[in-house]
Design a protein around this ligand. Structure first.
Ligand SMILES: Cc1cc2nc3c(=O)[nH]c(=O)nc-3n(C[C@H](O)[C@H](O)[C@H](O)COP(=O)(O)OP(=O)(O)OC[C@H]3O[C@@H](n4cnc5c(N)ncnc54)[C@H](O)[C@@H]3O)c2cc1C
Length: 401
């Protein structure tokens, strides 16, 4: 802590004395936390590393009193300034890292928000389970951030996004009160609307907004079509509208649908309950189709999706270019032939290699018949790992331009 004498410094010092965790307001720490993986930069008011839920409650009380904001932060790998701001950065990646409970029979896991996605899956592996959604940053990205961004990646054609696996969260609201958000049947939903607390007000407001006919029409008209599966555009009120009590026969209301993708603006999550799924089959094969242009690759993707791949990802001309001169990535380009305008990496995950070879050859035949693609290498084992490493590195390398 700086030992300045300004009223602001004094208040921060008083706050620091009450916390079990750490609080920093020196220039170095504030500059360190001024960015995420985006191009945005703003020096925060202070940085804290809370140790307990009680610490976070104290931070909320302080922020209310000082009229500043709290910015929850896990790994800080966001691409659009989600953890950049002039309020207090609350870094929970150090102390909120426990996997609390796993229930194999009911296929769920309860974690703190600072658990790293890949580490969660390492833990789940002996149970024959895993958390499906991934990101290119899955070896650093943490579950709080995945919920905040409603993250998903190359396998979203199968596992969709984090929202679809979010069962419940424990969170602190802006008045410091605790709430558990989970699926509620009609009776429980209306019961939650009773009372005068902030949690009840949230439910009452949602009920009033989503029962309004004009709002319903507007939401259904303006939000992206439901057929667009991978979408991340603002608060998902359209998803809530498609649940009980607003849509007859629909699934139970779960406010978590709105929390997923809300980028830390609605509540401070302290625990997350996630649905987990059986481990996918062991054998993985990548059909890496070379095209002259992105346009061809996109048209080919429509055909590829009919074969139900476990992933289908584009490696565009820019990624291919920027990895050419990169010492680490050059070796991962071993499968690239000539100078393609784009490569579509189509992943099949099956019980055995023969099944994959059969599918890949059928797809190749279809693509050739449609005049799409000119080189169709099919790769397995360590080779496929190298290709994903190339795809994952691409975005980071592009950021250096
Ligand atoms: C090279 C590169 C590739 C990427 N690829 C993908 C990709 O394929 N798919 C994808 O979805 N994203 C991708 N991203 C973006 C990012 O890595 C992911 O969205 C990741 O899941 C964010 O996790 P994080 O731990 O870094 O979250 P952070 O950046 O720390 O936070 C993300 C959001 O969650 C909020 N949050 C965190 N913890 C809490 C909490 N306890 N309570 C409330 N809100 C909270 C934050 O306030 C913020 O709004 C990529 C980023 C990079 C740099």
């Amino acid at each position: 802590m700086d030992n300045g004498r300004s009223p602001k410094k004094k208040k921060l010092q008083e706050l620091a004395a009450q916390l079990e965790g750490e609080l920093y307001d020196d220039q170095t720490m504030r500059i360190l936390y001024a960015t995420d993986a985006s191009a945005y930069r703003q020096i925060p008011f202070a940085v804290t590393v809370p140790k307990t839920v009680d610490d976070i409650k104290k931070l909320i009380a302080f922020a209310r009193q000082e009229k500043t904001s709290l910015i929850p932060r896990t790994a800080g790998t966001s691409l659009a300034g989600q953890v950049v701001g002039n309020g207090i950065i609350v870094d929970i990646s150090k102390y909120f890292t426990n996997i609390i409970e796993v229930n194999k029979e009911e296929a769920w896991v309860r974690v703190q928000p600072g658990v790293i996605r890949d580490e969660l899956n390492m833990f789940l592996k002996p149970h024959g389970l895993f958390f499906g959604p991934e990101t290119s940053t899955a070896n650093r990205a943490m579950m709080g951030g995945m919920v905040g961004n409603n993250s998903c990646g190359s396998n979203s054609v199968v596992y969709r996004s984090t929202r679809e696996h979010l069962l419940a969260v424990n969170a602190l609201l802006s008045d410091g009160s605790e709430a558990e958000f989970r699926a509620l049947n009609l009776d429980d939903f209306h019961k939650k609307c009773e009372g005068n607390g902030l949690e009840a007000n949230i439910y009452k407001t949602m009920r009033s907004l989503l029962s309004n006919y004009e709002n319903q029409v507007e939401i259904r008209k303006e939000f992206p079509k439901r057929s667009i599966e991978r979408r991340n555009t603002g608060y998902a009120v359209d998803v809530l509208l498609e649940s009980g009590p607003f849509t007859a026969g629909a699934e139970d209301f779960n406010f978590c649908k709105l929390i997923a993708g809300s980028e830390g603006t609605l509540a401070f999550i302290t625990e997350i309950k996630l649905n987990v799924v059986p481990l996918p089959p062991n054998e993985i094969g990548l059909l890496c189709v070379h095209f002259n242009s992105i346009d061809e690759a996109l048209r080919a993707n429509i055909i590829a999706l009919q074969y139900k791949p476990s992933a289908s990802e584009l490696i565009d001309h820019y990624i291919l270019e920027c990895t050419k001169d990169n010492i680490e990535q050059r070796k991962n380009r071993f499968f690239v032939q000539g100078n393609p305008g784009a490569i579509l990496v189509i992943e099949f995950s099956k019980a055995n290699r023969e099944e994959i070879i059969d599918l890949a050859r059928k797809l190749e035949t279809d693509l050739r018949a449609a005049g799409l693609g000119h080189h169709f290498p099919l790769l397995f084992g360590d080779d496929s790992k190298k290709i994903w490493a190339l795809r994952k590195a691409g975005l980071g390398l592009l950021g250096n331009f």
